[in-house]
Design a protein around this ligand. Structure first.
Ligand code: JCQ
Length: 258
């Protein structure tokens, strides 16, 4: 087989995730471990950090200041965080993680996984000077309706959810598993050995070896769990008419596992 001149075969660089943070060690320690750590070590993604404190110009290396108009808490000064963002160079998307953003979803993770670069900006204190958001930020996302002490955990959530979607990061089996969450339902329960544990048996169908019945049981368990725990998800989930009818027939008398 002739693949053409070897010297002309361009290799795309891996996607780059740059985190702008006052606590780079928090990011580094997480991305050194587990699925994300393996992906980074294999060169499937690059995660790096930029510290706004390294972009200060005053003797005290100050990154925050009192809010104009008064009030409690401190605000991140625009200069250091702006220079930190710009030091990452051009990026496909610059995202601020903040409780004031729109809610991050699996669909966002899929969209981010198709970008070749992403800058994630972590706020601390009460937030970041609005002029930085207005001029340097493309997107503001929240991971949920609660307040964290800083954006680092939220940025790590976004990186983790995004990076595991990159080609080659998960094995084939795990990737296929994914598709099953993409049907918009919650997962069915999982069991492993022993078949009886503390007098608790595994649902017998799972030991039957009857793959069609097992799939049907899992589908029903997913549907019932979703109806019970997250009924809001059913509106956009792909359900057959028969499945919708089954859920309407369902009462508290039957649990998800029967
Ligand atoms: C993200 N859900 C909660 C806290 C201000 C940029 O301004 C701020 C950022 C944070 C950190 O992020 C969160 C968060 N999603 O708390 C306050």
């Amino acid at each position: 087989m002739d693949d053409g001149p070897a010297e002309a075969t361009a290799v795309a660089p891996p996607p780059r995730y740059t985190v702008v943070t006052l606590f780079p060690d928090l990011i580094r320690s997480y991305v050194a471990e587990g699925v994300v750590g393996r992906a980074v070590k294999r060169g499937l993604a690059v995660v790096d950090t930029v510290d706004p404190r390294d972009h200060t110009t005053d003797r005290y290396r100050s990154v925050d200041d009192v809010p104009f108009g008064g009030g409690a808490g401190m605000v991140m000064k625009p200069g250091p965080v702006a220079r930190a963002i710009e030091s990452a160079g051009p990026a496909a998307r610059r995202v601020l993680v903040t409780p004031s953003g729109r809610l991050f979803s699996q669909a966002d993770a899929v969209a981010f996984s198709r970008l070749d670069s992403l800058v994630l900006v972590c706020g601390r204190y009460e937030g970041i000077d609005q002029r930085v958001c207005d001029t340097l930020i493309d997107d503001e996302i929240s991971i949920g309706d609660y307040v964290l002490s800083g954006g680092e955990l939220a940025a790590l959530v976004v990186i983790d959810a995004t990076l595991r979607l990159l080609p080659g990061v998960l094995g084939n089996a795990e990737s296929a598993q994914h598709e099953s969450f993409s049907d918009g339902l919650l997962e069915h329960p999982h069991y492993t050995r022993p078949a009886t544990w503390r007098d608790l048996p595994v649902p017998p169908v799972l030991l039957s070896g009857h793959h069609a019945r097992i799939e049907a049981w899992r589908r029903q368990a997913s549907l019932r769990r979703t109806a019970r725990v997250r009924p809001d998800l059913l509106a956009s989930a792909a359900l057959t008419d028969a499945e919708r009818q089954d859920l309407l027939d369902g009462t508290s008398s039957h649990e998800e596992t029967d």
